[in-house]
Ligand binder design. Structure first.
Ligand SMILES: NC(=O)c1ccc[n+]([C@@H]2O[C@H](COP(=O)([O-])OP(=O)(O)OC[C@H]3O[C@@H](n4cnc5c(N)ncnc54)[C@H](O)[C@@H]3O)[C@@H](O)[C@H]2O)c1
Length: 356
């Protein structure tokens, strides 16, 4: 088992990464501490892993709430259900939430933990690759509002994160590949050796070889931990994690979140961002080609997919621009492994990149 220490101003915490560690007795013996637990999971993940998890918890210490599955349930209504359950348990500060599921459960349970009594502990047990390498670490929690995604939320760092890579065995193929897009992102923005390694390991990752997956998760969590340690509240460097995301959000919004999983949209967005970097003269290398090839080999969609029109995408990016004080804020590349924040982007550049 690997342990990565995440260090932030508000809290330091361990991320345990291993295989079959979901109910590791030695690990849990350190976490019990006479606490009471509320396990929050969903209808898909609970039948797979809830029994295994509860074996690690003494019978009278935990209760559970099982939510419906899906992003459309990351709502105030489901948050209310979780907090009603906390109220029924007479939960106090000794109560700890355990989030067992993907990013939707992690974000919603995290927000319930952040808001109950102004903040109680949460242990994140992420079960999708995306949640393992991204959502579970860093303390962003939240739910959706009818006016937009993740509009209600809080920064609330977890007490502990337990990443059991064995849970990925049951993850549907598309979800697994969508998670790989975020893994590629860490190589692209900050670690060219990791990017090289991903290129070499592509067939092992496609075959879901446990050792390769675990190495990819360890590298990704280390990368995320370093960024979060430097900029917990996203006032600067943490924005680099949004590489590919400006294009991705425009694609997701224009297709009403129906056509692409987030990671798939990020894969397309990263290639477009690399293309924009070349057009603006920031990157004179072959980043676009390498990103495009790696995404394709790992079964992710490319810029040859059927995308919304350039005008539609730019309209959506303009909305982002308004929120950012009238300037685009793109994360672009100098080369694979070196990202920067860039604001000098015109609509002409965007049209050129999107129509290429
Ligand atoms: N907090 C953050 O920093 C952060 C970062 C990135 C994304 N997010 C959020 O995360 C969410 C997306 O997360 P996601 O991609 O994990 O989606 P998800 O939570 O919807 O999970 C995807 C699907 O996989 C199922 N699933 C989960 N684990 C499984 C397993 N082991 N076996 C079989 N099925 C399993 C889920 O039930 C769901 O149907 C979005 O709401 C996004 O806003 C948050």
């Amino acid at each position: 088992m690997e342990v990565i220490e995440v260090q932030t101003r508000s809290r330091n915490y361990p991320v345990y990464i291993g295989q079959g560690i979901l109910n590791n007795p030695a690990l849990w013996s350190r976490l019990l501490e006479n606490r009471r637990f509320l396990i929050v999971s969903n209808e898909t993940v609970a039948p797979l892993y809830l029994d295994a998890l509860t074996k690690a918890l003494p019978g009278d210490t935990h209760e559970q709430i099982i939510l419906p599955d899906g992003e459309q349930y990351k709502t105030l209504e489901q948050w209310q259900r979780v907090t009603d359950k906390l109220a029924a348990m007479k939960a106090g500060r000794d109560t700890c939430i355990i989030a067992l599921g993907g990013g939707v459960i992690g974000d919603l349970a995290g927000f319930a933990a952040a808001s109950w009594m102004r903040g109680i502990d949460i242990i994140q047990i992420p079960t999708t690759l995306l949640a393992q390498v991204d959502a579970s670490v860093g303390g962003k929690t939240g739910i959706n509002h009818s006016a937009g995604k993740n509009l209600l939320g809080a920064f609330h760092q977890p007490h502990t994160v337990i990443i059991d890579c064995d849970t990925l065995h049951t993850l549907p193929d598309r979800e697994y590949r969508a998670g790989l897009a975020e893994v590629i992102k860490y190589g692209a923005i900050g670690d060219s050796h990791f990017f090289d390694w991903l290129e070499q390991q592509a067939s092992s990752l496609n075959a879901r070889m446990p050792e390769s997956i675990m190495q990819a998760v360890i590298k990704s969590v280390n990368a995320k931990a370093a960024v979060v340690a430097a900029d917990e509240l996203e006032q600067g460097q943490r924005a680099l994690l949004n590489f590919g995301h400006t294009f991705a959000h425009a694609i997701e919004t224009a297709t009403e979140y129906k056509q692409w999983l987030h990671g798939e949209a990020v894969a397309i967005g990263m290639v477009l961002a690399a293309r924009l970097s070349t057009r603006l003269g920031l990157d004179s290398g072959d980043s676009e080609q390498r990103l495009s090839r790696l995404c394709a080999v790992l079964g992710l969609p490319g810029t040859d997919s059927e995308l919304p029109t350039a005008a539609d995408l730019i309209n959506n990016m303009c909305l982002d621009k308004k929120n950012l004080g009238g300037e685009y804020r793109f994360i672009l590349l100098k080369s694979i492994g070196q990202a920067l924040i860039h604001t000098q982007v015109s609509d002409t550049d965007l049209y050129a990149v999107l129509r290429q």
